[in-house]
Design a protein around this ligand. Structure first.
Ligand code: ATP
Length: 342
């Protein structure tokens, strides 16, 4: 599905990615409420120019609903979407100058790859030369040049997805909305496209709202992550911040942390009697905590170890580690333990 941008000046990117983000002022501001039976979304957010913000949350948390409200495919019960101060709320999708890529990224089957990519440019009446140049540039960047004359059904899933991305980006939309852009692909293609997507977002520098349920994807692609649960924002911040300091046990678990200690477990390990998170850097091999390896998971470059220390099960990863059943000594740095709310 595609609703596309008009002709615009190239949006300048942040220059560095995904490193420290230069704050350029908020270009997208939204405050939106929408209720369905049994579900209520209420979110306020702003996004800076050239920023990629990932909406991260489990299935049913409202990520797609939020994106559809921003695209204009759904009407909010209350609230607004503003872009550079302009109120987009009353505008239909095609007048929002937004590029989007949804899960059902259907390409036009009767058009070739280059015609698919050029589609929005023709609609926006780009002059022929500019159009051809832009299509060439995108096909090259996406490594699609050899496929320019093929039709979508002659392409692999990953290639089709790259065409869909090129098509969404072609008219230089001022805002790009991506709903699970890697969602329908198998693991290998996901990794391949992740690389293209990361490089493309960096080079195009387009302000982007990206929906994903995969924290790794959000961390790799986004300057900031907005964690959504049951229609509400739990936490918004840079990937490093959100990962290092999840707001509560739910956020910690959702972000992939394994060592979540109850107050009793914290106490048993010499920490204050409240819930704690032990991030990976809090635990290392060698030290005075004695335990037994319960499970050893071989990942190739590293091993994962589930270790029982007294009544507490702890997880750590290391380049290598003893076999299951073997004794092991761990070091816990209490200064790295993160107290959790709730
Ligand atoms: N058009 C609709 N009518 C009624 N309920 C809806 C509609 N669209 C979404 N919902 C409900 O709103 C909630 C949020 O759905 P949404 O698709 O936004 O979640 P999501 O976080 O994108 O999930 P997923 O990762 O599974 O796509 C769900 O409970 C869903 O059933």
């Amino acid at each position: 599905m595609l609703a596309q941008a008009g002709v615009g000046t190239p949006v300048k990117g942040p220059g560095r990615f995904p490193g420290p983000f230069r704050f350029n002022g908020r270009v997208l501001e939204l405050s939106l409420e929408k209720a369905f039976s049994g579900f209520r979304l209420s979110v306020a957010l702003s996004v800076a120019e050239g920023e990629t913000l990932a909406l991260l949350g489990p299935s049913g948390s409202g990520k797609s609903t939020l994106l559809r409200l921003v695209a204009g495919l759904l009407r909010p019960d209350r609230g607004f979407v503003r872009f550079l101060g302009e109120d987009l709320t009353p505008l239909p999708p095609e007048r929002r100058k937004v590029g989007f890529l949804f899960q059902d990224y259907a390409l036009f089957p009767h058009l070739t790859v280059e015609e698919n990519v050029a589609f929005g440019l023709v609609e926006a009446r780009w002059p022929r030369e500019a159009r051809e140049g832009r299509v060439r540039e995108l096909l090259k960047r996406m490594e699609l040049t050899p496929h320019a004359r093929k039709r979508p059904q002659e392409l692999s899933g990953g290639e089709q997805q790259r065409v869909a991305l090129a098509r969404a980006l072609a008219p230089r939309p001022r805002l790009l909305l991506l709903d699970e852009p890697l969602g329908a692909l198998d693991l290998r293609l996901r990794e391949e496209l992740l690389f293209f997507l990361r490089r493309t977002l960096k080079e195009e520098g387009v302000t982007t709202l990206l929906v994903t349920h995969d924290q790794g994807e959000a961390f790799l692609l986004a300057h900031r992550v907005a964690l959504l649960r049951e229609g509400r924002l739990v936490q918004v911040g840079r990937p490093e911040e959100v990962y290092a300091r999840p707001k509560d046990p739910w956020a910690a678990r959702f972000l992939g942390h394994k060592n979540l200690l109850s107050p009793g477990e914290s106490q048993a390990l010499g920490l204050p009697p409240k819930a704690h998170l032990l991030p990976p850097r809090a635990l290392a091999l060698g030290g005075s905590l004695e335990g037994v390896v319960e499970e050893r998971l071989f990942f190739g470059p590293r091993v994962g170890l589930w270790v029982r220390v007294g009544g507490v099960r702890l997880y750590l990863e290391a380049p290598e580690g003893p076999e299951e059943g073997a004794p092991i000594a761990l070091r816990l740095d209490p200064a790295q333990a993160v107290p959790l709310e709730g």
